[in-house]
Design a protein around this ligand. Structure first.
Ligand SMILES: Cc1ncc(COP(=O)(O)O)c(C=O)c1O
Length: 401
């Protein structure tokens, strides 16, 4: 594979999959093991206890599916709903679009609430729908917390408040794929019924674990939900949880050890410090974009994402060319614009195992590329804005104080 070789590290700044820490790589570099030996259930028990902390739940029940975010979506839906159920879902970008497509293919009746790409979920429309739904025909509200395609973060506490205001019993299902373990996420406080994420995002693992967490209400709903499910059935997992062996089928041993190491790193840094670091990374990126004279795809500050920034380019530039050039010339991987915003935005992922100086490298690369493609940027302008912010805001590394 010589043709992809580039000296030094690839600067991986797509919004997932992200950089894997050395500690995780080393933890995963091991032989297979018998998952029915006492060691693997003992390890699994600690993982199930500890993933609850990144969802901020004490009452939730987590499941570690050998899958991706897409499988985790399916698990959330099929375990809690029956074919024909009416659900409300927000379309704000490519990933919410894909989830809605899955919801429709699973035969739910979806009320789609659409926003312009770059805007957040229209919660006033949700409020109107819930107010009108006195018979409680709406069985679930589905929302992508952080739309990775546009860099939009929705306010989940508001969704909860609206559900409560109308005393509506709909289940609250949340895609936290590019938010959980990076952005403020509180499953219990916000009364989320099913939350899910994928291992290749903020947890900085390889792709392959879909983490789904179910509230007691969601578990109760799963007892009567009639959607067909086999591989993703919570019941099979619960049976093995009760037996203390945990696995209805073969888990990836390497990923389990990787997850252990990833969680240890999060707890060593402190979850709140992880969230604060992402805030700094997001803010510095936005300052750089402003200094370049470019616009953020995200239309309002309240929706700004601290895990991904989608940067709008002027109409005379094809953003795909920026992404191509970044990889070919600077060994920098940026995110493409997807679907409606293809060619119009490029994305800087700033989540997971990443520090501020790494981000400055990425921003320097973006400046050079912008110049390459004919955009009149002053080299160093974005880096200066970001580093001046960092210099004033980076705390000491928690483990070195
Ligand atoms: C918000 C969001 N949801 C779901 C997915 C789908 O996850 P996967 O590609 O792991 O199936 C992604 C992938 O990037 C995502 O960003």
């Amino acid at each position: 594979m010589d043709y992809v070789y580039g000296p030094g590290r690839n600067h991986l700044f797509v919004p997932g999959p992200v950089n894997i820490p050395e500690q995780v790589l080393r933890a995963m570099n091991r032989n297979n093991e018998d998952y029915r030996s006492p060691a693997v259930p003992a390890l699994t028990k600690t993982l199930l206890e500890d993933v609850k902390k990144i969802f901020k739940t004490t009452s939730g029940t987590p499941f570690l599916f050998p899958t991706t975010g897409t499988g985790a979506w399916e698990s959330a839906l099929t375990n809690t709903l029956s074919p024909g159920d009416r659900i409300v879902s927000f379309l704000i970008g490519q990933f919410s679009l894909l989830w809605i497509d899955q919801q429709q293919r699973l035969n739910f009746k979806v009320d789609v609430i659409e926003s312009d790409w770059g805007e957040g979920a229209k919660l006033d429309v949700l409020a109107a729908k819930l107010a009108a739904d006195t018979d409680h025909t709406i069985k679930a509200v589905c929302i992508v917390h952080n739309e990775t395609a546009t860099g939009v973060t929705n306010d989940l506490s508001l969704v909860r408040r609206i559900l409560d205001e109308y005393r509506h019993p709909a289940l609250f299902l949340v895609d936290g794929v590019s938010s959980i373990c990076a952005l403020d996420f509180r499953m219990d406080d916000w009364g989320v019924d099913v939350a899910l994420t994928g291992s290749q995002k903020a947890l900085s693992l390889p792709t392959g674990i879909g983490i789904v967490c179910a509230s007691p209400r969601a578990l109760e709903a799963s007892k009567t939900a009639k959607s067909l499910r086999v591989f993703f059935d919570w019941k099979d997992y619960l049976k093995f949880y009760n037996l203390g062996t945990y696995w209805p089928y073969t888990p990836s041993i390497q990923l389990l050890y990787g997850l252990r190491a990833a969680l240890d790193l999060v707890f060593e840094e402190g979850l709140e410090n992880v969230i604060a670091r992402h805030k700094r990374l997001g803010q510095a990126t936005r300052l750089a974009v402003e200094a370049w004279g470019l616009k953020n795809c995200t239309q309002k500050e309240e929706w700004h994402s601290d895990t991904v920034t989608a940067v709008l380019v002027p109409p005379y530039i094809d953003s795909s060319e920026i992404v191509r050039r970044a990889w070919k010339r600077y060994n920098l991987s940026l995110g493409l614009g997807l679907n409606k915003v293809a060619g119009k935005v490029f994305r800087i992922g700033h989540l997971g195992h990443l520090n501020e100086l790494q981000l400055l490298g990425c921003l320097a690369g973006v400046e050079m590329i912008l110049k390459d493609v004919g955009y009149p940027v002053k080299l160093g302008s974005g880096v200066a804005a970001a580093s001046s912010y960092f210099q004033n805001n980076i705390p000491l590394i928690p483990s070195r104080i």
